[in-house]
Design a protein around this ligand. Sequence first.
Ligand SMILES: [Ca+2]
Length: 241
Amino acid sequence: MLKLEVNFVIAACLLFGMARSESVCVLTNAPLQCGSFCLAALHPLYDKVQQIQADLAKTHCCNNDTNICEDLRKQLLDFNQDFRQQLNGIFATLSETLMRVKGLEENLEWINQNIVPLGYQQIGSRYFYVENIERKNRADAERFCRQKRGHLAAFQNLEEFNAVKALSRREAKYWLGLTDEENEGHFVSATGKVGSYMQWHGGQPDNYHGLQHCVTLDKGLMDDLECSYPTNFICQLGDQM
Ligand SMILES: [Ca+2]
């Protein structure tokens, strides 16, 4: 199929150029420029090219036969006209199709930006997703949240913290977005921002054995834990913190 496409492009462009020497071949890479649709639409012209090439092969040289030369010249002019008309039609169709695709892409972008992904619950003006079943290490949990257009959660105030806590199971641990992996004792959110609301267990964060750099919600309060530990987790929509 690829050989057919390449042969077609070469033949079509050669003949187009032969018929109008001032013309420039507009198809520099037909398979990429218009794909199978274009090639299927132009296939009849490819057959015509083959026929003209066969006629040329029979004549070898037309210097001694002006009738054959005139006939070939007319065939080439006719072919050139058909070729231009069909190309114009194809490019008009492609242009219209591309505009429709662009419109659909804009609609899809709007939907992605404005529809809240499944599973998020609104708390105040923000949205949180509490994963009560799956357990992941902190990095995988953050990756999961990003796929849901968010991050591991950080809280702006006590009201958010209490509302999300009410959606969690007391016997489970949940990754939050806070970590001091970069700078011990300085906790930042998953988006690298400081200033989120924190409410620690007594004696926490203790960075036990120097290995605990990621924050969990554990029995209603916060504790630092080893980031590789698999726990449930809580996402927030967007990156406000
Ligand atoms: Ca700890």
